[in-house]
Design a protein around this ligand. Structure first.
Ligand code: 4AD
Ligand code: MG
Length: 434
C-alpha cells in the first residue's frame, strides 16, 4: 500500500506494511556502517526510517547508504511504534529504492537570508516554507468559501490596464503593441463596472505595484482578494470585512494548529482574534489614543505611518477597522463623508501585534466632477477615465468594496518576520530571481 506520511501518524499504522514515496530529509550512516538512519519527507510530513544492512538486499543497502539529502526515494517496510522517533512511529525498511540520487544538496544549516532567496526553487521544500504555502492555500480556499457561501459571484478582472487605480507612482508600465499599458494595481475600476451585471462579486488575483521602499510588508507582485457590492455603504462593508477575516482565521486554526506551532506562532493570540468582536474606530480617535496613551502628537491630516499603526495597535488584541481618514490624502474615488466633513467614507483594517494594514476599502464616489478635480491633483488625466465615469451616468447606485492583501494575512497568521515568506517566489525592488 502506498501511503502519505501523515496517514501513518493519523491512523497510527503500527505493524502495517507500507510504501512511502518521497525525498530524503536527513541522512546518517551509523552503527559502524551497518545501519542507515534516514528521515523521509513528503508534502504531508516527515517519517524516520531505519535500514539495517543485514535485513535488506544489496541494491537497497547501496541505495540507502549512498543517498543524499533530497534524493528521491521509494521505501517499503513495516511501521513500528517508537517513542523516540518524531511523531512516535518509525519505518523499519525492507526495500529501499533511489529514483534519482542527484547531487549533494546545496542547502545546509545557517545560510544567509539572501542565499536562501537565491536558491528559493529548492528552499521552498523546507518544512517552514511548505507549511506556510499550505496555510496560504487554506487562506485562499476560505476566501472562496466565505464569498460563495454569501452568494457572491467570482469576477475575473483584466490584468493589463490603461488606467492607474492607486496613483501613478507605483505603476509598472508594459509595452502593448503600439501602446503603453500598466499591470493592474487593483481590480476596482472594473469591479465597479461588473456589479451592474453580476451584483455582489469577489476575486483573488495577482496585483502589481512598483514599491520603491524596502519594508517587511511590501511586495512588487502580490495577490489581492477583493470584493465589490452594489447597494452597500461603509458601515455594512466594514462588517463584511470583519466577518471575512474572522472566517479565514477560524479555518486556518481548524486545519493548521500544529503547523502554526511548528512555525513558532503563539496560537492563543489567534484564538483571541476569533473569540472577540473587532472594534471600529475613526482616524481622529487613533490620533487621540496616540496622543493620550503614547505621547505622540500627529498633526490631523497626516497619513498614519508604520510606527503609528504599530503603537496604536498595542492597545488592541484583535484587528481594528479604522474609518474616516482625511479626504485630502485619499485616492480620488473615496468620497467625502458629508456628516464628517474633511474625512472620507473609507477604511483600513489593521492587524494586531504590529502586522499593520491587511485590508483597504471604501464606499465609492458618485460625484464625477469631484473625482475629476482630485484626479487632476494626482496628475491623472480625467479623459483616461471617461469609461469609468460612464458608470455614474447609467443607473448608478451606492456601492462599496475592499481588498485584502493575501500575503499580509498569511504573514500575520504565520507570524513571519518578512512578507517575502508568505509567497513562493517573492518579487521586490531588489529581487526578481529565480
Ligand atoms: O489599500 P489598497 O491600496 O486598496 C486598494 O487597492 C483598493 N483599490 C482595494 C479595493 O477597494 N478594492 O490595497 C489593499 C490591500 C492593502 O490593505 C494591503 O493589505 C495589500 O492590499 N497591499 C499590499 N500587499 C503587499 N504588498 C504591497 N505592495 C501591497 N499594497 C497593498
Ligand atoms: Mg491602503
Amino acid at each position: 500500500m502506498i501511503t502519505d506520511i501523515n496517514t501513518v501518524f493519523a491512523n497510527k499504522m503500527d505493524g502495517k506494511e507500507l510504501t512511502v514515496r518521497g525525498w530524503i530529509y536527513r541522512h546518517r550512516v551509523g552503527s559502524a556502517g551497518s545501519m542507515v538512519f534516514a528521515v523521509l519527507r513528503d508534502s504531508t510530513g516527515v517519517l524516520q526510517a531505519t535500514i539495517k544492512k543485514d535485513k535488506v538486499d544489496e541494491k537497497s543497502w547501496t541505495d540507502a547508504s549512498e543517498a543524499y539529502v533530497e534524493s528521491s526515494v521509494v521505501v517499503s517496510g513495516t511501521v513500528k511504534k517508537d517513542d523516540r522517533a518524531p511523531g512516535g512511529f518509525e519505518l523499519v525498511v525492507d526495500k529501499f529504492e533511489t529514483v534519482c540520487k542527484g547531487e549533494p544538496f546545496p542547502i545546509a544549516k545557517d545560510l544567509s537570508e539572501e542565499y536562501l532567496l537565491d536558491v528559493r526553487h529548492l528552499w521552498i521544500r523546507s518544512q517552514k516554507l511548505t507549511k506556510i504555502l499550505q496555510i496560504r492555500s487554506t487562506v485562499i480556499q476560505s476566501i472562496h468559501d466565505f464569498f460563495r457561501g454569501r452568494g457572491y459571484t467570482l469576477f475575473d478582472p483584466p490584468i493589463l490596464s490603461p488606467n492607474a487605480c492607486e496613483g501613478k507612482m507605483t505603476l509598472f508600465e508594459v509595452q502593448y503593441f503600439q501602446d503603453k499599458m500598466y499591470l493592474t494595481q487593483s481590480w476596482q475600476l472594473y469591479a465597479e463596472a461588473a456589479i451592474f451585471a453580476l451584483g455582489k462579486i469577489y476575486d483573488v488575483a495577482p496585483t502589481f505595484r512598483a514599491e520603491r521602499s524596502k519594508t517587511s510588508r511590501h511586495l512588487a507582485e502580490f495577490w489581492m482578494a477583493e470584493m465589490e457590492a452594489p447597494w452597500m455603504e461603509l458601515a455594512e462593508v466594514t462588517e463584511v470585512a470583519k466577518d471575512e477575516i474572522k472566517f479565514i482565521v477560524e479555518k486556518v486554526l481548524e486545519k493548521h494548529e500544529e503547523d502554526l506551532k511548528f512555525l513558532g506562532r503563539d496560537v492563543s493570540k489567534l484564538k483571541t482574534v476569533v473569540s472577540k468582536p473587532f472594534p471600529t474606530i475613526t482616524y481622529s480617535e487613533v490620533l487621540k489614543i496616540l496622543k493620550e496613551k503614547e505621547g505622540m502628537d500627529i498633526k490631523w491630516g497626516e497619513d498614519l505611518r508604520t510606527i503609528e499603526e504599530e503603537k496604536v495597535m498595542t492597545h488592541f488584541d484583535t484587528p481594528v477597522v479604522v474609518t474616516n481618514y482625511p479626504v485630502e490624502i485619499m485616492a480620488f474615488y473615496k468620497p467625502e463623508d458629508k456628516k464628517n466633513p474633511k474625512t472620507a467614507l473609507c477604511f483600513d483594517m489593521l492587524a494586531p501585534e504590529g502586522y499593520g494594514e491587511i485590508v483597504g476599502g471604501s464606499q465609492r464616489s458618485l460625484d464625477v466632477e469631484d473625482m475629476k478635480k482630485r484626479l487632476a491633483k494626482e496628475e491623472g488625466n480625467p479623459d483616461d477615465y471617461s469609461w469609468y465615469f460612464d458608470l455614474r451616468k447609467y443607473g448608478s447606485v451606492p456601492h462599496s468594496g475592499y481588498g485584502v492583501g493575501v500575503e499580509r494575512v498569511v504573514r500575520w497568521l504565520c507570524g513571519s518576520e518578512n512578507i517575502k515568506d508568505a509567497i513562493a517566489f517573492p518579487r521586490t525592488m531588489n529581487r526578481n530571481k529565480p
